[in-house]
Design a binder for this molecule. Structure first.
Ligand code: CUA
Length: 335
């Protein structure tokens, strides 16, 4: 194999060390503790593995010597000899296992300490195949509802309550923290404490049906001031249409098929079973991370969602060309 081929072969592994979806990124408190724990386990286990391999090789080598001792009556006997090396080995195993147990214990305690003082509560409901997201669900005057995205203030612990509407899913933002399953009929919890501003990607981590791979989540970690600005904008109802094309789209979206599933605050569209669209155009992607948010993808998604994300619950409505233009024009105003 040439040197060039070796390097090309390593690219997939090296590329996993960077990026928006990376369990070794360590941009969250829990995530970075898990990395430290993982490295500790890897170091201790590697040392043990090398020592055992060395002992095995030495034993095979020494096998050439007569295996038994012969006592004064001429009987062959096998004896276990307690040598300093054996005592040292046992002590090493004891110290190694104890150190890893203690490290696990303190990692767990630190994670629990973060969870005990959340400043913000988010309720997330998993659906095939999208995420319903509600901020401050217990305070109706402050509740913000969005979908397939999380905005998090840096340095502030967030309590995430997780539930599922259909099958088992798993909530995972690899850069920030470990996985947590969402189980129908049960509420589970996760804590996120992001430490670094940036854009990350969450992904459902439990196979949940044909579009499991396209059940992603855009995560924006920002300063507290930016987060407050975003929150204030999200609290507002949708802006009214300003052009005649947008008005035609408004009329279609809020009175025809779309409104029976989607909610748009401040309009007659009050459906509750599909993603809330109040500030849809402010999101980074469409259909749970399936497509980047732009005009072309918006046309493609609304005209024929089943060709973009087969099996999705969004039906192909069969809009006429002028209806499609107006619907896209209106949806683009939902910033
Ligand atoms: Cu939801 Cu996989």
């Amino acid at each position: 194999m040439t040197r060039r081929a070796w390097i090309l072969g390593l690219i997939p592994f090296l590329s996993a060390c960077e990026g928006v979806q990376n369990a070794m990124g360590g941009q969250g408190a829990e995530g970075s503790r898990f990395i430290t724990l993982f490295i500790s386990f890897a170091v201790v286990c590697t040392i043990m593995y090398l020592l055992i391999s060395g002992a095995l090789i030495a034993a095979l080598w020494r096998r050439r010597r007569p295996p038994h001792t012969v006592d004064e009556r001429g009987h062959h006997r096998t004896s276990v000899v307690v040598t300093p090396a054996l005592i040292g080995w046992m002590a090493l195993v004891f110290v190694g296992l104890t150190a890893l147990t203690v490290a696990s214990f303190f990692t767990d305690r630190s994670n629990a300490a973060d969870a005990s003082k959340p400043a913000l509560t988010i309720k997330m409901t998993a659906n095939q195949w999208w995420w319903d997201v509600e901020y401050s669900p217990n305070d109706p005057s402050k509740t913000v509802r969005t979908a397939n995205e999380l905005h998090l203030p840096v340095g502030i612990p967030v309590h995430v309550k997780l539930q599922s509407n259909d099958v088992i899913h798993s909530f995972w933002v690899p850069n920030l923290a470990g996985k947590q399953d969402l189980i129908p009929g049960r509420m589970t919890d996760a804590t996120l404490l992001p430490r670094k501003i940036g854009l990350y990607r969450g992904q459902c981590a439990e196979f949940c049906g044909v579009q499991h791979a396209q059940m992603a989540l855009d995560v924006t970690v920002e300063s507290l001031a930016d987060f407050k600005r975003w929150y204030a904008a999200q609290l507002k109802p949708a802006a009214p249409p300003t052009t005649s094309l947008q008005s035609a789209g408004y009329n279609y979206v809020t009175t025809r098929e779309c409104s029976s599933c989607h909610n748009i605050a401040g309009t007659p569209a009050g459906g509750q079973i599909a993603p809330d669209l109040t500030h849809f155009a402010s999101r980074r992607s469409i259909a749970a991370g399936a497509l980047p948010m732009n005009k072309g993808n918006l046309y493609g998604w609304i005209a024929d969602p089943q060709s973009q994300k087969p099996g999705s619950k969004m039906p192909t409505v069969g809009l006429k060309s002028d209806e499609l233009h107006s619907v896209v024009a209106y949806l683009e105003t939902l910033k």
